[in-house]
Design a protein around this ligand. Sequence first.
Ligand SMILES: Cc1ncc(C[n+]2csc(CCOP(=O)(O)OP(=O)(O)O)c2C)c(N)n1
Ligand SMILES: [Mg+2]
Length: 329
Amino acid sequence: MYEEMVTARYYEERLQEEYLEGKQPAFDISAGPIPGELHLAAGQEAAAAGVCAHLRDDDTVTAPHRPHHVAIAKGVDLERMTAEIFGRRTGLCKGKGGHMHLFDPDVNFACSGIIAEGCPPAVGAAMAAQKRGEDSVAVAFLGEGAVDQGGFLESLNLAAVQNLPVVFVVEDNDWAISMPQERVTDVEVSAQRAEGFDMPGVRVDHDDAVAVYEAAREAVGRARDGNGPTLLDVQVHRRMGHFMGDAEAYRPEEDKEAAERRDSIERLADDLRDRGVDETELDEIRADAEARVEEAIDWAKEQPEPDPEEAYEDVFVDDATAAATGGDD
Ligand SMILES: Cc1ncc(C[n+]2csc(CCOP(=O)(O)OP(=O)(O)O)c2C)c(N)n1
Ligand SMILES: [Mg+2]
């Protein structure tokens, strides 16, 4: 878990550097080697590492617009993921998806920029596993800002009534862009939502990877054993702006400082030291993670960009279909 968490953190630090290249001084969002928006998950690594530690390749994971830590913990191919983020042809989606749309069928991973969008497909994957008599499970990650969406609430209901092997993981970082949770709902913590669907709702506080691991062991085990869904609600902290370039004018300084202080990676490192892991071992894990990230970024940057015509490939309606059906759009 520590290895995955430091990999994700370092990966995002490097993406941040690459992203800013060419975008200054006026912050041109379309310029530079990573065009478009970039949402970083620094401070949220514990949720992904603690849950995905219990998952196999054939388990399904869906993630939201802040997906890198989850993708890394699920074992998504780091090189092809990086190529995708850099818009290259050998990327997971041939460079057409970008950082919010990473799909890796080898490890059943998908993510989407649409809030709560991952919930119904996770329920679908769980339903498919149940009907096939397989013991794979599905996990939907979402932000606390997504818990008022119909897609999430309907997914909880269907998962509960059909006893599906699915775990919903809310990463509660307090903010939905500039909106704190208490301004949009009277429910204090998202775990309470589970009560309305008669499923277990478990809250894990303090950015604590080990506590997430323990709660997820039970939730994933429950799903795998055919005992139905669970809602896990994990407290994390957003160390960065909502996306790169967010000046966070809405955010009190003390809130930013609190996020800085509550670093789940430092917390886990202290935990490991207490359990007798020595400093050299932690240093080695960090060095290996950094080398792996550098390799993936070097590889991605050498990859070709797609030809503009490739934008017309892999679409639902191509020229031939349009001609056959008499449509021209
Ligand atoms: C259906 C939908 N509505 C609105 C948006 C715009 N939007 C993008 S991120 C975001 C906030 C998400 O907050 P949260 O779910 O807490 O995730 P976080 O960004 O904190 O990780 C919103 C409203 C969207 N992408 N999809
Ligand atoms: Mg949030």
